[in-house]
Design a protein. Structure first.
Length: 437
């Protein structure tokens, strides 16, 4: 069977991770964070990064041990030696990624309307079709587009930070919503804002799903995960320091486009169309990263024998999982054109926190069972205390989620089981949970 082409170097994979993490959320999220934490918004992003680091390190070790395209599903499968569990987990990862793609496609239509009025279904179809075609053409073209988008989205944010730096002296970065730093209102504001900011750090996990297209993944993926997380966190903190120096937290919280408002005040040539263009680049990058992740996830699960074998087909010329790419396109387009995007989007955060718990737990089980890694090279390894801390932190943030989100998660798990059941009954896989060939 044909294999995926190894194209990602450390630099290219780090660009991929930075683009996936930055996304377009910061353009709207920063206002909500500032509204909660006040001028201490920067500390909420710092806290969110500290919270994300244990799970990021767990991902790094697991990917070093098992550099396979299945990502979380492979980790869970190795830890618990069960085909049902990784299939359902893989379905949840797939759904969370495609929900993000669908929401992004709808957002692209909104931003594009500033330039030209075109029916929603046309823009969404062209957008998803275009990035799916790039995904099919190969990781080379995907990486080039990713690099272009990262320069655009990160460049726009760095431009705001650069102009905003001269206003930092006007900000009081030690005051929150309360009268003092240790007041209940201030601390609760920082904590609540950190929960929001935490979701801005999500994206590093997608790098695990392209492991089979990375050169020396055992060393490259862990380094890229940590580099991308540090780079994006520094950008977030810089943006937070800038916005609270230019506008009050009340203004930022009430604005639907807080970064655009700040940019117009400090950059003379900035306009709404510039913001729209940057947002489209950002949305394109995030959507492409999620489509790559989702198609490689299906490919990896198929190669492991957990879902239909056809999804593991690799195009002989392009060396990409063409059937998985087509499947992902159809699902993403269906979600984007339906009215369920908002409902599914509310559940994404809960799904990711649950997956983070599974990832940390899987690493603990693998280490306690002393399971051998797939790789024969020296692997990246962390103290066992780190995944334990990752479980505690993720579980705490999970308690902050609304009850309705857990109900939707249960419904999604049932749907995933109903999809998987026919395969288990009729396909009758005979693959064992040994490392994939």
């Amino acid at each position: 069977m044909a294999e995926l082409k190894r194209h990602f170097t450390l630099t290219k994979l780090t660009f991929y991770g930075v683009g996936d993490i930055l996304g377009a959320g910061i353009y709207a999220l920063i206002g909500k964070v500032a509204a909660e934490a006040g001028n201490l918004a920067w500390s909420s992003f710092l806290l969110a990064t500290i919270v994300a680091i244990p799970t990021a390190l767990s991902y790094a070790e697991l990917t070093s041990r098992y550099p396979k395209s299945g990502g979380v599903a492979v980790f869970v499968g190795r830890a618990f030696s069960n085909t049902y569990f990784p299939a359902i987990v893989g379905f949840l990862v797939l759904l969370s990624g495609l929900t993000s793609v669908a929401a992004g496609a709808n957002a692209v239509h909104g931003y594009f309307s500033l330039f030209l009025e075109i029916p929603r279904w046309v823009i969404i179809s062209i957008f998803l079709g275009g990035i799916s075609w790039i995904n099919f053409r190969g990781i080379d073209d995907s990486s080039k587009l990713n690099t272009l988008c990262v320069f655009a989205e990160a460049g726009g944010l760095l431009l705001i930070i650069g102009f905003g730096f001269f206003h930092w002296g006007d900000g009081n970065f030690a005051t929150g919503r309360g009268e003092t730093f240790l007041s209940k209102e201030t601390l609760e504001g920082i904590g609540g804002a950190a929960v929001l900011a935490f979701y801005a750090t999500i994206g590093f996990e997608d790098m695990c799903n392209v492991s089979e297209e990375v050169k020396k993944p055992e060393q490259t993926v862990p380094r890229a995960i940590l580099l991308s997380l540090v780079i994006t966190s520094l950008i977030y903190i810089g943006i937070a320091l800038t916005v609270v120096s230019v506008a009050s937290y009340k203004e930022l919280g009430e604005s639907s486009a807080p970064l655009a408002m700040v940019a117009e005040r400090i950059i003379p040539f900035f306009s709404p169309k510039v913001v729209a263009a940057l947002a489209i680049f950002s949305l394109t990058n995030t959507a492409l990263a999620n489509l790559i992740m989702a198609s490689r996830l299906l490919y990896g699960m198929s190669r492991e024998g957990w879902i239909f074998k056809a999804l593991g087909f690799v195009h002989p010329q392009k060396q990409t999982p063409s059937v998985a790419i087509l499947t992902v396109f159809v699902i993403a387009l269906s979600i984007a054109l339906s009215g369920t995007v908002k409902i599914l989007g509310q559940t994404t955060s809960v799904v990711m926190l649950c997956l983070f718990i599974f990832v940390n737990l899987s690493l603990i089980v693998i280490r306690l069972r002393n399971l051998a890694p797939d790789s024969r090279l020296k692997i990246f390894q962390i103290p066992l205390l780190i995944p334990m801390l990752g479980i505690i932190v993720s579980a705490f943030l999970l308690t902050q989620a609304p009850r309705e989100a857990f109900l939707r998660l249960l419904i999604l798990m049932i749907i995933g089981f109903l999809i998987y059941l026919p395969y288990k009954i009729f396909a009758r896989p005979n693959r064992s949970l040994t490392p994939a060939d």
